[in-house]
Design a protein around this ligand. Structure first.
Ligand code: BGC
Length: 733
């Protein structure tokens, strides 16, 4: 008998004990996950429940030795795969506004920089959210990223929150619908998407030490309802837990939020990943966290990694049950299989011109015309002397800052380092995308004389304003991750400049490029105000098109513009001004009465209401018919009664529930209409919007009786009213 080398015996044995990788036909993602997980070693299991941050050569952040040398596409997260079982490496990148690259990949030529999510919120257009998501998914995929850390749907509870630009709105339903479509777009390309940051990471001040206190029922009716509806509509592969505590427990180790609500009541089947640097303890694994993200960030933040040696020790001591480890792994694998990350064919074709079109269309539909005393659109049939003032409009448009900021193709027009205290200070920059509103205006108004003043001094700006027919003043503000704004003013003396300019020239138009409402002390002096948010890489063009009327503005505010902070639930923001790292408690005492709901409940008039936005045409609403019973269905007809094509966003609210004053957006539809054209619309409310959450029963309860329904142009502009009789009932979970 020939002598067989022991290596071959080992290989033979391995092939006998190692089943083939190919999935059995017709197996569900759950069955596949179960089958694969059973074949894994504990080392493989432990390797799948963490991710590593990539190295950033430009700022000397070293590459972690645990990332194999042949991996060239660094990003926010790397998890080794298990090739013998066909499990791909998991590579995650930010996210919601395009594929980011804060220095991981020096050779990456840049990605499409889409408008801020709050601009998508203003479009009230789920199709655009989906198109943007799909484009981001494709751009992720050609870079080998199979997880996008997208889907930011925290509610905009506070107009100072630095990250509101990364979120869609203050309303749970609107946020859920748009967030879900963004996720559907991404996952439709075979890339897992998160929804984040679960939950109540609604302020940045001391976010790692921030305890968000909220009433449980109110939480279910607001921020959690947004997640619940978005999860149902998009089945995101992963949920990212937030940095903050919720009612005393860190979100990443909050068993109530993760085990009871997300995985229990909602039966969520995907996995929970932490935010980067959000896991101080290994026992978060027992509390519902499935994967520790960017483990080096936990070393920075808390002094050690949680899900490596410490979790292994707990496992060895029997403190982490084997079944829980298996479940963590199964959940990750299930999402890999459900989204098809393991079945990637050749890379998709990426048409960057088409992606730019999507970015442009999103910017157009996201721009909100707040005020117009007849000065807009600008006349184009005779030459004007136009003064463009401030906002670096000669260079481009600003972006929000932080992990979501996208490096566009060809690079930024300019990066102004701003800085600030704390760990996030170094990352705080004014990024300008090279889409100059000044240049775009010159293109669209070739007969006009357009001069630029930087807006650095009120006196200097007034000189140009005085000798112009029209002034277009830009107001910008850098908002971003790690910082809440101290107040609602524009920085760098821009408010006084706009004020002086408006005095010098009554035909002043202000264009705001901010991530939040600002106070606009000059608002009664100017003729028009345009809210352009952070409009992305084609933003300058979209702004110029709206100002000159080739695009009819159709955006609607997804967030209430208060007059002062005194009108908001928290005139003083807890922790503001304390050193980064100060334990801070924030009480969201407004509960579910966020934004317009708060203003309605308190009878306060905001400056510009949720849902507000003007057009260059007019719309009428007739024939509102409402039925009740289990839920509210409203039908009505919208007509474009003006002379230009345009799009409207009729909104259905209820304002009174069986004698109790309460306001909720029940539904909306974006309707594009030619002059004279009509369309009938039907809105069927998600019954949870009509209900209160009964914590004891763990179910939704609708109080029977008469509900007042309004068809409105905005939260404070009802047009038609009707009444629906609701049956009392307890349902869902
Ligand atoms: C942010 C997340 C982001 C992560 C990875 C964190 O700082 O809060 O939204 O996905 O970094 O870059």
């Amino acid at each position: 008998m020939p002598k067989i080398h022991p290596f071959f015996i080992l290989m033979l044995l391995l092939t006998l004990v190692t089943p083939t990788v190919a999935p059995a036909q017709g197996q569900s993602p759950d069955e596949r996950a179960r089958a694969t997980e059973q074949q894994m070693t504990d080392d493989e299991r432990f390797s799948l429940i963490i991710s590593l941050v990539g190295g950033v050569p430009s700022i000397g952040v070293p590459r972690d030795k645990r990332i194999p040398e042949d991996v060239n596409n660094m990003s926010a997260g790397y998890t080794p795969g298990v090739p013998r079982l066909g499990i791909p490496a998991l590579q995650s990148s930010d996210a919601s506004m395009g594929v980011t690259n804060p220095g991981y990949r020096p050779d990456d030529k840049g990605a499409t920089a889409f408008p801020a999510s709050i601009a998508v919120g203003s479009s009230f257009n789920p199709t655009l959210a989906r198109d943007g998501g799909a484009a981001i998914g494709r751009e992720a995929r050609i870079r080998g990223f199979n997880i996008m850390l997208a889907g930011g749907i925290n509610l905009a509870r506070d107009p100072r929150n630095g990250r509101n630009f990364e979120y869609y709105s203050e309303d749970p339903y609107l946020s859920a619908v748009l967030g879900a479509e963004a996720v559907n777009g991404i996952q439709g390309e075979g890339v897992i998407s998160t929804l984040k940051h679960y939950s109540l990471n609604c302020n940045e001040t001391n976010r790692h030490w921030l305890d968000a206190i909220i009433d449980s029922a109110a939480h279910r009716e607001s921020d959690l309802l947004a997640f619940q509806i978005a999860i149902e509509r998009s089945q995101p592969g992963s949920i990212m837990s937030g940095y903050n505590k919720v009612n005393g427990e860190y979100a990443s180790g909050n068993s109530y939020l993760l085990n009871d609500v997300l995985k229990g009541a909602w039966a969520y089947k995907g996995y929970v990943m932490s935010d980067w640097g959000a896991v101080p303890e290994w026992d978060y694994a027992l509390k519902g966290l499935d994967q520790e993200s960017g483990i080096q960030m936990d070393v920075k933040q808390w002094g050690s990694e949680a899900f490596t040696d410490r979790l292994r020790a707990a496992y060895a001591e029997g403190k982490l049950p084997k079944e829980r480890l298996s479940e963590m792994v199964r959940r990750i694998l299930r999402s890999v299989y459900a989204v098809g990350v393991d079945k990637w064919g050749p890379p998709p074709t990426v048409d960057m011109a088409k992606h730019n079109e999507i970015a442009l269309e999103t910017a157009r539909q996201g721009i909100v015309l707040l005020k117009n005393d007849g000065v807009l659109p600008l006349v184009t049939d005779r030459p004007l002397k136009i003064a463009v003032i401030g906002g670096y409009a000669q260079l481009g448009v600003p972006s929000g800052t932080g992990s979501g900021a996208v490096l566009p193709v060809g690079g930024f027009a300019s990066v102004v380092k701003i800085g600030g205290p704390g760990t996030m200070g170094a990352l705080r920059n004014l990024f300008l995308f090279p889409s100059s509103p000044l240049a775009e205006l010159k293109k669209l108004l070739p007969k006009s004389t357009i001069d630029f003043d930087p807006g650095q001094s009120p006196a200097e700006a007034a000189l140009l304003a005085k000798r112009s027919d029209v002034v277009i003043a830009f107001g910008i503000r850098v908002e971003g991750e790690g910082f809440d704004s101290a107040d609602l003013s524009l920085p760098w003396g821009q408010d006084p400049v706009i004020d002086v300019v408006a005095t010098a020239n009554p035909n002043t138009i202000v264009v705001l490029e901010t991530g939040n409402p600002v106070s606009m002390p000059w608002r009664n002096k100017v003729k028009a105000i345009v809210q352009a948010w952070y409009p992305g890489q084609a933003g300058g063009q979209a702004i110029a098109e709206v100002l000159t009327g080739s695009v009819n503005p159709s955006g609607r505010l997804p967030i209430t513009f208060p007059g002062t902070l005194a009108q908001t639930p928290r005139p003083k923001l807890p922790g503001l001004g304390t050193p980064w790292g100060t334990p801070t408690t924030i009480r969201y005492n407004e509960g579910a009465e966020v934004g317009y709901r708060w203003f309605a409940q308190k009878g306060i008039q905001p400056v510009f209401a949720f849902g507000h936005g003007l057009s260059y045409t007019t719309f009428s609403y007739v024939d509102l018919k409402v039925t009740g019973g289990d839920t509210i269905t409203a039908t009505f007809t919208v007509t474009n009664t003006g002379k230009r094509a345009g799009a409207d966003v009729p909104q259905v609210y209820f304002t009174d529930a069986a004698g109790v004053k309460r306001m909720r957006l029940l539904g909306f539809e974006r309707v594009a209409l030619e002059p004279g054209e009509s369309k009938s619309v039907r809105v069927i409310a998600d019954p949870r919007l009509l209900a209160r959450f009964d914590v004891k029963a763990g179910q939704w309860r609708i109080a029977g009786g008469a509900y007042k329904v309004v068809l409105a142009k905005s939260a404070d502009a009802p047009v038609l009213t009707a009444e629906a009789q609701m049956q009392s009932r307890l349902f869902g979970n």
